[in-house]
Design a protein around this ligand. Structure first.
Ligand code: NAP
Length: 538
C-alpha cells in the first residue's frame, strides 16, 4: 500500500498525528500492534491503572471535544482514557485509517525514490514519504529475567500486558514484584481480593496521595468554561500541568514548621501538586529536596502501624523525583492489612522462580499467582525493536549504539522524513500537551516543505550534537542524575546492559516549546532539506 504517511502506533500520539495529516490533506495509515486504540491505555489494564495527570489536562485542546466529553474522575482510569481516545478518533473519523494487529518490524529508507518502505510481522508492506513513530515512552515491557521463569506452575501476569479478561485473585496467594507507579496502583486493589499478598520491593518509592475523586457537574462546567486558561497554564508550566509555579524556594521560608505546613497543603492537594506547588527548587536544591523527602517519610511513619514495615517503605539514599514519583490511593494504608506482607529484596535479589513460587534470601515463598510490575525498556525500547535504516542503509540501532542522539527529540541525522512524536530527548512532561505541540510543529514543517518543493528534511549532525549536549547539560544542573543509583528509567538505568544517556529534555514544557518555535521561526534551522523538483510535493 502506498500512502503519503505511515504512523506507527495508535495511542495519543498516533491518533493526534492522524488527525493532523487528515487536516493537511495527506493520505495516511496508522499501524497498531494491539486490537484497539489506546497505546499504553490499551495494554496497561491492570487493576487500579489510572493517570497521574488530572483528566482535564490529559487530553487534547480540541474545543468541540472539550465541550462534548465529560470526564468522570479527577484521575481517569484505564477504561475511561481508552474510551476518550476512541471518542476523539471517531469524532475526527480517523479510526478507519488504523490497521490493527500490525506490529511493524522494519522501516527502510530508499535513497533512489526518497520513500520509506515499512513492513509488519505478518508480511504486509507499506510505502510512504513521511514516516512517523508514535511509539510511547513506556511501551516495551521489561522482561523479567529471573532464573527458573518457566518453572512456576501458577498464574503469571505482567502489569504492562494485562489480559482483557478480569483476573480473579479471590482466595489466592499472590506475589507482586515491583513498586513503581504500576505496582503502587495495583497493590491496593489486589490486596482487597487476595487471600494473601506479598510485595517484593527492591527500592522504596516516594508515593504521593492522588486524592482522586469523582467530578461533579459544577466542576465540569467550570473546566469547560476555562479551557483557554487551562491550556495557557499548562503550556507555561514546567511539566505541562495547569498549575502555577509555587512562587517560593527553600530560602524564602524561615522555619521547618512553615515548610511542613506548605508540604501538608501540597499533600492534601494531591499528586503532582505536592511537587509543583510547594517549592520551585525541589529538584535543584538539596535542602529543599531533603525537606520534601523527610516530610514524605514522616507521612509513611504516621500511616503504617508497624515501624519496621514503615522503615522498609521509606525511601532513602536518592533524591525525591530523581525516580518518577508515583501517585497512589491507599498505598501505604494497604500495608496495615493482615493479609499483606512486604519483603525487602534490596540486598537479596530474587534467586529463582520455583514450581510453587520463588526463592530469595535463601527462603522459599509459595504463591498461586505472580504479578510482575517490573517496568519498561523505556523511551528507546520500542524504536530499537524496529529494524530502521536511513540513507545508505545506515541502521538507527548502530547509530544509537551509545544511546539515542536526536534533534528536539524529533529527528535523527541520516533519517530523512523520519519524525518521532515525542522520541528520546523530547520534553519530559504531561504527555498530551507535548504531543499537541510536536504535532503542530510537524504540521508546520510539512507545510514548509510543500511550500518550497522540498522532498525531505533531516537534522544536521551539528544540530543533533548540540541538542544531545543541551539535554545532558540541563539534566546535570538538577538533582536528577542521582537517580541512576536507584535505577531511574529517565537514564535507562532500570534496564540491565542499556547504555546510559539522558533520555529527556528536562528544561520544562515551556522551554521545549520555545526551542521548537525558535527552530520553526528560523525556517527550520538545524535541518537540511533536499529539493527534488522531479518528485512533486504530494
Ligand atoms: P518502574 O517505575 O520502572 O518500576 C518497576 C519496579 O520493578 C521497580 O520497583 C523496580 O525496582 C522493580 N524491578 C525491576 N526489575 C526488578 C528485578 N529484577 N528485581 C526486583 N525488582 C525489580 O515501572 P512501572 O511501575 O511500570 O512505571 C514506569 C513508568 O510508567 C512510571 O514511572 C510512569 O511514568 C509510568 N506509569 C504511569 C502511571 C500513571 O501515570 N498513573 C502508572 C503506571 C506507570 P527498582 O526501583 O529497584 O528498579
Amino acid at each position: 500500500m502506498d500512502t503519503d504517511a505511515v504512523v506507527v502506533g495508535a495511542g495519543f500520539a498516533g491518533i493526534r498525528m492522524l488527525i493532523e495529516l487528515q487536516k493537511l490533506g495527506l493520505t495516511a495509515v496508522a499501524l497498531e500492534a494491539g486490537s484497539d486504540l489506546g497505546g499504553t491505555w490499551y495494554w496497561n489494564r491492570y487493576p487500579g491503572a489510572r493517570t497521574d495527570s488530572e483528566s482535564w489536562s490529559y487530553c487534547f485542546p480540541f474545543p468541540e471535544i472539550e465541550q462534548a466529553w465529560n470526564w468522570v474522575e479527577r484521575y481517569p482510569g484505564q477504561e475511561e482514557v481508552q474510551r476518550y481516545i476512541g471518542f476523539v478518533a471517531d469524532r475526527f473519523d480517523v479510526r478507519r485509517n488504523v490497521r490493527f494487529g500490525q506490529r511493524v518490524t522494519s522501516a527502510h529508507y530508499d535513497d533512489a525514490s526518497a520513500r520509506w518502505a515499512i513492513t509488519t510481522e505478518d508480511g504486509s508492506s507499506f510505502t510512504c514519504t513521511y514516516f512517523f513513530t508514535a511509539l510511547g515512552h513506556l511501551s516495551v515491557p521489561q522482561e523479567p529475567t529471573f532464573p527458573g521463569r518457566g518453572s512456576f506452575r501458577g498464574e503469571v501476569y505482567q502489569t504492562s500486558q494485562w489480559p482483557k479478561e478480569k483476573v480473579d485473585f479471590t482466595g489466592k496467594r499472590v506475589a507482586v514484584i515491583g513498586t513503581g507507579a504500576s505496582g503502587i496502583q495495583a497493590i491496593p486493589h489486589i490486596a482487597q481480593a487476595a487471600e494473601h499478598l506479598t510485595v517484593f520491593q527492591r527500592t522504596p518509592n516516594y508515593v504521593m496521595p492522588a486524592q482522586n475523586h469523582d467530578l461533579d457537574d459544577d466542576f465540569r462546567r467550570t473546566i469547560k468554561d476555562s479551557y483557554p486558561e487551562v491550556w495557557s497554564m499548562a503550556r507555561n508550566h514546567v511539566f505541562g500541568f495547569p498549575m502555577g509555579p509555587a512562587g517560593r524556594t527553600y530560602d524564602d521560608v524561615a522555619d521547618d514548621a512553615e515548610r511542613d505546613r506548605i508540604f501538608e497543603e501540597g499533600w492534601q492537594a494531591g499528586g503532582f501538586h505536592f511537587v509543583f506547588e510547594t517549592f520551585d527548587d525541589l529538584i535543584l536544591d538539596q535542602r529543599s529536596n531533603d525537606a520534601a523527602a523527610e516530610f514524605i517519610r514522616k507521612k509513611i511513619r504516621d500511616t503504617v502501624h508497624d515501624p519496621a514495615t514503615a522503615e522498609l517503605l521509606s525511601p532513602r539514599g536518592y533524591p525525591y523525583v530523581s525516580k518518577r514519583p508515583p501517585s497512589g490511593t491507599n498505598y501505604y494504608e494497604t500495608f496495615n492489612r493482615d493479609n499483606v506482607s512486604l519483603v525487602d529484596i534490596s540486598q537479596n535479589a530474587i534467586e529463582t522462580l520455583t514450581e510453587t513460587g520463588l526463592r530469595t534470601g535463601g527462603q522459599d515463598y509459595e504463591f498461586d499467582v505472580i504479578v510482575f510490575a517490573t517496568g519498561f525498556d523505556a523511551v528507546t525500547g520500542a524504536i530499537s525493536k524496529i529494524d530502521i535504516r536511513g540513507e545508505h542503509g545506515v541502521e538507527l540501532k548502530e547509530q544509537w549504539s551509545g544511546g539515542p542522539e536526536t534533534f528536539l527529540g524529533i529527528g535523527s541525522a541520516g533519517f530523512p522524513n523520519m519524525f518521532m512524536i515525542c522520541g528520546p530527548q523530547s520534553a519530559y512532561a504531561n504527555i498530551p500537551v507535548i504531543i499537541e505541540k510536536v504535532v503542530e510543529w510537524l504540521s508546520r514543517a510539512i507545510e514548509h516543505m510543500r511550500e518550497h518543493g522540498y522532498q525531505s528534511m533531516q537534522p544536521t549532525p551539528q544540530a543533533v550534537e548540540g541538542w544531545t549536549k543541551l539535554v545532558a547539560d540541563i539534566f546535570g544542573m538538577t538533582l536528577l542524575p542521582a537517580g541512576e543509583s536507584a535505577h531511574s528509567w529517565y537514564l535507562g538505568a532500570n534496564t540491565p546492559g542499556k547504555p546510559r544517556r539522558v533520555l529527556f529534555y528536562f528544561g520544562g514544557a515551556a522551554g521545549y516549546f520555545q526551542e521548537l518555535d525558535k527552530v520553526a521561526d528560523a525556517d527550520f534551522e538545524g535541518f537540511d532539506f533536499s529539493q527534488a523538483p522531479a518528485v512533486a510535493a504530494r
